[in-house]
Design a protein around this ligand. Sequence first.
Ligand code: AMP
Length: 394
Amino acid sequence: MVKKTIRDFDISSKRVIIRCDFNVPIKDGKIIDDNRIRQSLETIEYALSKKAKIILMSHLGRIKNEEDKKKNSLEIVGKRLSELLKYPVIFIDETRGEKLDKAISSMKDGDIILMQNTRYEDLEGKKESSCDLDLAKYWASLGDVFINDAFGTLHRAHASNVGISQFLPSGIGFLVGKELTALSSLFDPERPFLIILGGSKVSDKIGLIDHLITKCDKLLIGGGMAYTFLEAEGYSIGNSLVDRDSLEFCNKILKQYGNKIILPVDSYCSTSFTNDGPKNLRDINEIEYQEMGLDIGDKTVELFEKYLKDAKMVLWNGPLGVYEFDNYKKGTEAVLTFLSKSDAKTVVGGGDTAAVANELHLAEKLYHVSTGGGATLEYLEGKELPGLKNIEEV
Ligand code: AMP
């Protein structure tokens, strides 16, 4: 199934609605990581080169009250986008209404309009998030062609993606194309193919493990989720995080694929979930009952690198320790740095791991760093992404 892309439509002088994923992290009124805006540039620049009339849409955060509206206005995104494009972006502080209609009807070729956060429509009746078809029809009436380039929301059926694509000729943008190509390469991987999983909960990764365990050569597990596997193996893991509901799954998978699964052999432990508590390096069978493992230890880093050095492809999802604490981010950083220097094609499956890769400026040295979180996981689990359903095929 090959989906139509923006290249498959004649968009010159046409009104092109591009659904972007501008859901960037904002702190104290500032964008702290503009990667998602940067990743959208290629499609917008292409539409500009074709002299289309470009209407941009995105959600930002969640909108439950008037206070959320102030915090999550897309105005700041419009400014950053304009800086990156070196081109004017007209921001319209509305998701529907006279101001928006007028601005669009008076657009000239090559104009760019960014409309307000689509989730403003969630305040009354969750119209965006529940895919209200009247809203989708109205939004579709503003354009001639719809391009979905919001990879991070492909796993959601919202009015601004699935909805609009029911009423307009629809294709995907370059970012969605790039994501799908990179992620689908893992379904028929170059070998050895290794998967690294971390993060806190096993339950979030069960689908992915089930779908990819037969395809990978080794599965390296770190982060909080490793302790559930270690507990299932019979280790005393003290106060470390355990996802009790997933113990049975861990038992089953260890029994069936034990030879593929590599668990930590040591951990940096503390007696409190803080950055500044006591920090002890423990072999995995020496964790004391009041301690919790907060990062993989040095021997584990070495062990993981021993397997990774021959890898041809690597998929990584989830940090190997509590990377938010400076004292417990070293394992994640060490393995990421190792992979950035290796010839293996490393795909980072979005979320926290992508944030660390961007923070360390290592993203460009890796094969692919996904902009999605939930969408990436669902795609890798082999699920159909609702956001692609109405996109035309070539
Ligand atoms: P997830 O959302 O499941 O990918 O988990 C990401 C979170 O896992 C991050 O916020 C990390 O702080 C957390 N995490 C990683 N390692 C550990 C650990 N050893 N103990 C507790 N939480 C962890």
